[in-house]
Design a protein around this ligand. Structure first.
Ligand code: NDP
Length: 257
């Protein structure tokens, strides 16, 4: 197989959670452009419509409504795809929420639990739901959206809950990789720096923080959603056939300093 062919995903079915906006939308497009049939899981109509607009480019994209914190719904979608004869062979756990700089001492029980529910539990529910058919097929690739915040504690904004949720995603990635390697399933994560998406730029207080972040970044810039999607595509593809349990930094060198 040529190197170019290793990046192709023809005949594969991919699920992208939160795949209708920002990084997730770029992941959906990258996988679809590589030949995969993509199923986007979204909660709201506007994001669903953005995902479905990828069909205008000739891509095979469908949407299922669902919230990743609803384990039963994730099981139902996975079962529906498998019963239809085309289970997902690729899962991108992208859906996640951020935190707008709440000091730890002011975090409510609800703030903490919501963060863990979406960013950690959601990744596990989806991995378990879509991983079961992958175990039956004896093959699959899961790519999780971790973060450099899973490695370091960003400054100046406090974001303990987010950092902890992403560190847990990194270790969940390694744990599932170790457990499922013998089933032919690879599990990896990307750990991006600040990316220009609503999660970051829609937060008013971040305007003042951005120059500080850039001063801490060897490459001196934030990333784009497309740059994250490129790494996700690589990890999902046969080009990464020997990679599992890797947390791939996509961080402009942020974690070097
Ligand atoms: P956005 O907030 O722009 O998009 C997140 C997407 O996830 C939205 O489509 C959102 O849908 C969906 N989503 C959120 N919660 C749920 C849920 N419970 N069930 C289903 N879908 C949900 O985020 P980004 O594109 O910036 O981030 C994507 C991922 O990348 C996240 O996991 C994030 O933590 C990670 N990341 C982002 C970085 C950044 O700088 N932007 C840096 C490092 C990691 P809805 O509109 O319904 O909320």
């Amino acid at each position: 197989m040529s190197y170019q062919q290793k990046f192709r995903l023809d005949g594969e079915r991919a699920v992208v959670t939160g795949g209708g906006r920002a990084i997730g939308l770029c992941c959906s497009e990258a996988l679809a452009e590589a030949g995969a049939a993509v199923v986007v899981i979204e909660r709201n109509e506007a994001d669903a419509e953005q995902a479905l607009a990828l069909r205008d480019k000739g891509y095979d994209v469908e949407v299922r409504v669902g919230d990743v914190t609803d384990a039963a719904r994730m099981d139902a979608i996975a079962t529906e795809l498998a019963d239809g004869g085309r289970p997902a062979s690729i899962l991108v756990n992208n859906a996640g929420i951020g935190q707008s700089g709440i000091p730890a001492e002011e975090l409510t029980d609800a703030d903490w639990l919501r963060m863990m529910d979406v960013n950690l539990n959601g990744v596990f529910w989806c991995s378990r739901a879509f991983g079961r058919p992958m175990i039956s097929m004896k093959r699959g690739a899961i790519v999780n959206l971790g973060s450099m915040s899973g490695h370091i504690c960003n400054r100046p904004q406090p974001q303990t809950a987010y950092n902890v949720s992403k560190a847990a995603v990194h270790h969940l990635t390694r744990s599932l990789a170790a457990e499922w390697a013998h089933h032919g399933i690879r599990v990896n994560a990307v750990a991006p720096t600040y990316i220009e998406t609503p999660m970051v730029v829609a937060v008013e207080a971040n305007r003042e923080r951005i120059p500080l972040w850039l001063a801490d970044t060897p490459m001196g810039r934030m990333g784009t959603p497309e740059e994250v999607a490129s790494a996700v595509l690589f990890l999902a593809s046969g080009a990464a056939s020997l990679m599992t349990g890797s947390i791939v930094n996509v961080d402009a060198g942020f974690t070097c300093w």
